[in-house]
Write a protein of this length. Sequence first.
Length: 169
Amino acid sequence: MTRDPDLEIVQIVDENDNEIGAVARHIMRRQRLIHRASYILVFNSNQELFVQKRTMSKDMYPGFLDVAAGGVVLAGESYEQSAERELEEELGIKAKIRFLFDHYFEDADNRVWGRIFSCTHEGPFTLQPEEVADGWFMTIDQALDLSTKKPFTPDGLEILGRLAKGQKA
């Protein structure tokens, strides 16, 4: 049985990431409320990043490339619980996640506090057909280069930029 993502109850937060309520996802999107999301950067043992192509049915950035598995944090759920759930839902894996940093992103359609994690996994992956159309491993530099030619999720690109700067520091 497939659940309707629009009806998921998501955690709503303020500008400082303090919980202030919970509403259905479609209300959060329509009112552009600040919410939480987990982002999990999946690396293999060669330090290559798993980049995925989002399905055309996604409510945000359909068909874009994405540098992270993840999604909205549901009401009553921690960032860590969300990350573990999303890894299993989207990629069909369980892995030890490591906290990297918190990140705020805002554009015309989206306002989100994200907690960024990483994990190591070689695959194989079982891609969730409703959300992930395809995916492959590449270096961070290859992903940054590809982002000049193909559309990437803008929040994912900001995260990738922060990660690349950290590697060069």
